[in-house]
Design a protein. Structure first.
Length: 209
């Protein structure tokens, strides 16, 4: 099971995370309205961190996304807004960066609408529908994912906390396309600053089985 720790911003906190947890992916938020906005930091400082970096964007322009990929040395772009297929195709054409396309879930999912994205992306990510787009700390009804009909692998997100490991294992046993989790606000001391001990305990529980 892959682990993405999202909403990272502070260099020392990032170094401790890499040393003590070793996540598969580390997310940085490039949505200016987020309390975890990382876009004011110098890109160069982040490029050298030995972890795959994911830039999270909400309805940003293609130019902004491509510029940030370059400045921060991003391996993945996570499209967390209402980016359509046309946008995803253009990004795929113009860059080798891997794409995570987010679907924010309320009380149902239109699986048919996801299908056209499959050839252009690395993963889907399912998160809870919220006005702020992400980082809400709220879970959606994960049982909806038991009906997931596609081949594309996906990441689970939204309100995952220290006690979620057994629920995640149970879901992954039913739906093998679930290959990773994305954690954020339930592991924070303050926006953009993570409690690394808490993350380590969760990741140990997740990797136990
Ligand atoms: O975290 C944010 O502030 C944020 C704002 C706008 C779009 C996306 C955002 N976060 C992206 C993530 O991938 C979060 O990890 C995901 O929404 C889950 O957050 P949480 O429910 O706090 O675990």
């Amino acid at each position: 099971m892959q682990v993405k720790v999202c909403g990272m911003r502070e260099p020392e906190n990032i170094q401790t995370l890499i040393r003590e947890v070793g996540p598969d992916l580390m997310g940085m938020i490039f949505y200016p309205k987020s309390s975890r906005y990382a876009g004011e930091k110098e890109g160069q400082e982040f490029s050298s961190f030995p972890v795959s970096k994911v830039g999270v964007f909400v309805n940003a322009s293609l130019e902004e996304v491509l510029g940030t990929v370059n400045d921060y040395g991003l391996s993945f772009v996570q499209l967390h807004g209402d980016e359509d297929l046309k946008f995803v195709k253009k990004l795929h054409q113009q860059s080798a960066v891997k794409i995570i396309k987010v679907f924010r879930v309320e009380d149902q999912v239109n699986w048919k609408s996801l299908e056209p994205f499959e050839p252009y992306i690395e993963y889907f990510l399912f998160d809870t529908q919220t006005k702020m787009y992400g980082g809400s700390g709220r879970k959606f009804d994960w049982a909806l994912l038991e009906q997931y009909p596609l081949k594309k692998q996906f990441l689970l997100s939204g309100g995952i906390d220290e006690d979620s490991a057994s629920m995640i294992h149970a879901l992954a046993n039913k739906v093998p396309q679930l290959v990773g989790v994305d954690i954020n606000s339930k592991f924070e001391e303050s926006p953009g600053l993570k409690d690394i001990g808490k993350i380590r305990r969760f990741v140990e529980a997740l990797r136990e089985n």
